[in-house]
Ligand binder design. Structure first.
Ligand code: NAD
Length: 396
């Protein structure tokens, strides 16, 4: 079929298998061009099909020749209905990994459930014995709790008071004011339940109890801090409360891993266009201004550049350069004072009329379409493509 983008707000209902495969190949080429990293050899990535998780899987596999198991929640295609981008990304990743002689198997299902944890444990026992790196990179709006069976929803709201600021509709470039009501009822607790650290700890407990963690194992989860302008809705909002919880769990997990000299870390990453971040109000305007400035300074990075730097210059470089809260920081360039003060200046003057000049709206929009395999250079979108792609290790 010929597949075109069909967008609704910040989601795209279609995705392109050839474009997704090209994105994966481009990321592999980037990692390969940077040379080998003496990293972990047996790696589990939870949330491995898009964004930072996919970049982590690619960096482990093609940077360190690692065997990887990936867990994600994606839709396969049905005739005339494309699958989700994570499905196509994983199919392409596995194909390239197998071509390179690397072990790569994938599990498509709800990572929050006991069943998927059990499946992963069994697969590790069967194929790898023990693993030495676990990347936790889930971003989900909902979680069904494995103990209570209750379904929790996360919300993106400020805490305590109403928040009003600018935002942009990146499809039209229209800058407008948005007002978000504060969290109410159980919004904060629910968001912590979905995006906090409980599930990360449950994963690590399940893996440790099954004795599939190698001596000196490392586990990393991803967090975000961001600038003053997004603070009320991000870091001081409901999602920030969940990130506080996630960051605190790194210490709990490290304590639990003492006997095998294991360590849990949180890496604070840069703001990037992903399916998760395009859903957060105000962030698209911030990102379009940030991209413009970071590109001008020659320090712009995408997910793959971020994670390649995390592995090669922090995790496996002998110096994690932890901040005062024990976190790894690869948002260091985003948070540089000169970069942030330029963003603040542009933020104040940003309007519908000037945004395409002072901000990188085009870069934002391209990155958004790229997430779904569209507008990828070199791909002929007028060509008929087979939507029925399958992931080699998954028999549907
Ligand atoms: P993403 O939406 O691109 O990826 C999320 C991944 O989680 C996908 O592989 C998806 O399939 C998987 N997933 C979601 N629900 C699942 C479930 N129930 N079971 C199994 N898999 C599931 O998101 P992302 O932006 O790469 O975010 C990953 C992490 O990085 C998050 O913790 C996020 O907060 C953090 N982070 C993001 C940014 C940013 O700007 N995007 C910045 C810093 C940190």
């Amino acid at each position: 079929m010929i597949i075109e983008p069909r967008t609704r707000g910040f989601i795209c209902l279609t995705s392109h298998p050839v474009g997704c495969a090209q994105n994966v190949k481009n990321q592999i080429d980037y990692v390969t061009s940077k040379g080998k990293i003496a990293g972990a050899k047996k790696v589990l990535v939870i949330g491995s099909s898009t964004g930072f998780g996919l970049a982590s899987r690619i960096t482990s596999a093609f940077g360190s020749d690692a065997a990887t198991i990936g867990v994600f929640f994606d839709k396969p295609a049905t005739p005339n209905r494309p699958g989700s981008p994570g499905f196509y990304n994983t199919a392409a990743f596995e194909e390239e990994a197998h071509k390179a002689g690397l072990y790569a198997k994938s599990i498509n299902g709800d990572a929050f459930s006991n069943e998927i944890k059990e499946q992963v444990v069994n697969l590790i026992k069967q194929d790898l014995g023990q693993i030495d790196l676990i990347i936790y990179s889930l971003a989900s709006p909902v979680r069904t709790h494995p103990v209570s069976g209750k379904r929790f929803k996360s919300v993106l709201k400020p805490i305590g008071e109403n928040f009003t600021n600018k935002t942009v509709d990146f499809h039209t470039g229209k800058v407008s004011e948005i007002s978000i009501n504060p969290a109410e009822g159980e919004d904060i607790e629910n968001t912590i339940t979905v995006m906090g650290g409980e599930d990360w700890k449950m994963w690590m407990d399940a893996l440790q109890e099954a004795n599939v963690l190698a001596e000196g194992v490392k586990t990393i989860a991803y967090s975000y801090i961001g600038p003053e302008v997004t603070k009320p809705v991000y870091r001081n909002g409901t999602i920030g409360a969940a990130k506080d919880d996630l960051e605190a769990k790194a210490f709990t997990i490290t304590d639990a891993l003492k006997a095998i000299n294991g360590n849990a870390y949180v890496s604070v990453n840069k703001a990037l266009v992903t399916q998760a971040s395009s859903a957060i109000p105000v962030i698209p305007l911030y990102i379009s201004l940030l991209y413009k400035i970071m590109k001008e300074e020659g320090i712009h990075e995408g997910c793959i550049e971020q994670i390649q730097r995390l592995y090669s210059q922090r995790l496996y470089a002998g110096d994690l350069s932890l901040d005062e809260k024990g976190r790894i920081r690869v948002d260091d360039w985003e948070m540089r004072e000169d970069i942030q003060s330029k963003v603040v200046n542009l933020w104040e003057s940003a309007t519908t009329e000037n945004l395409s000049k002072i901000g990188d709206l085009e870069g934002y929009s391209n990155d958004f379409y790229n997430l779904f395999g569209f507008k990828v250079p070199g791909v002929d979108y007028t060509k008929d493509v087979n939507e029925m792609v399958s992931i080699p290790s998954i028999q549907e």
